[in-house]
Ligand binder design. Structure first.
Ligand SMILES: [Zn+2]
Length: 185
């Protein structure tokens, strides 16, 4: 079983820009398997590595019966066409808000074996690729809403049963490290 817990809104890893993948090794392929299994168990359209607490530029997708993954993605937009429709996120469970995205995208990157991959996406696939690549930059779909939409979304998040404002995620430091920040004091 390689289904992993998904980090929820409020976890700082979701706001941290992820590092490019350098080693296309067995560990990367295990990460892709974890992303794929966790995404499918949650019936998600996509899942990015930071959502599993791993700050690397990798995501998995499952859109229109096309299952795959992309490493170190770079997006290009072939035209100016936009789409507007409901979007959600496994890190913000149960909440959907209309979000503007580009209708068409060309995503270039690599497979977990280091082979070059290109995804030409339209509609939902394009939306998914943009959403997941945003995750790798520490960006959430809430950031793409206008001010009124973002206010409405934040209100809904604060009222969500999974959101616990009294226990915001904290970075736990080992009590055995007397100088955790290396400040020499
Ligand atoms: Zn998401």
């Amino acid at each position: 079983m390689t289904v992993q817990p998904i980090r929820l809104f409020g976890d700082p890893v979701l706001r941290t820009p992820a590092d490019p993948v350098v080693d296309f090794d067995a560990e990367l392929r295990r990460l892709v398997a974890d992303l794929t299994d966790t995404m499918r168990e949650q019936n998600g359209a996509g899942l990015a590595a930071p959502q599993l607490g791993v700050s690397l530029r990798v995501f998995a997708f499952d859109v229109d019966d096309v299952l795959g993954h992309l490493v170190n993605p770079v997006l290009e937009f072939p035209d100016e066409e936009e789409q507007d429709g409901p979007e959600g996120c496994l890190s913000i469970p149960g909440l959907y808000f209309d979000t503007k995205r580009r209708q068409n995208v060309i995503a270039k990157g690599f497979s977990a074996f280091g082979d070059p991959v290109q995804i030409v996406g339209t509609g939902l696939m394009s939306r998914c690729v943009q959403h997941e690549t945003d995750h790798l930059d520490g960006v959430l779909f809430l950031d793409r809403l206008d001010a009124a939409g973002r206010k409405e979304a934040m209100k809904a998040i604060r009222q969500a049963d999974w959101y616990d404002a009294a226990a915001p995620p904290t970075v736990k430091l080992s009590p055995h490290i007397s100088d955790p920040f290396g400040l020499g004091r």
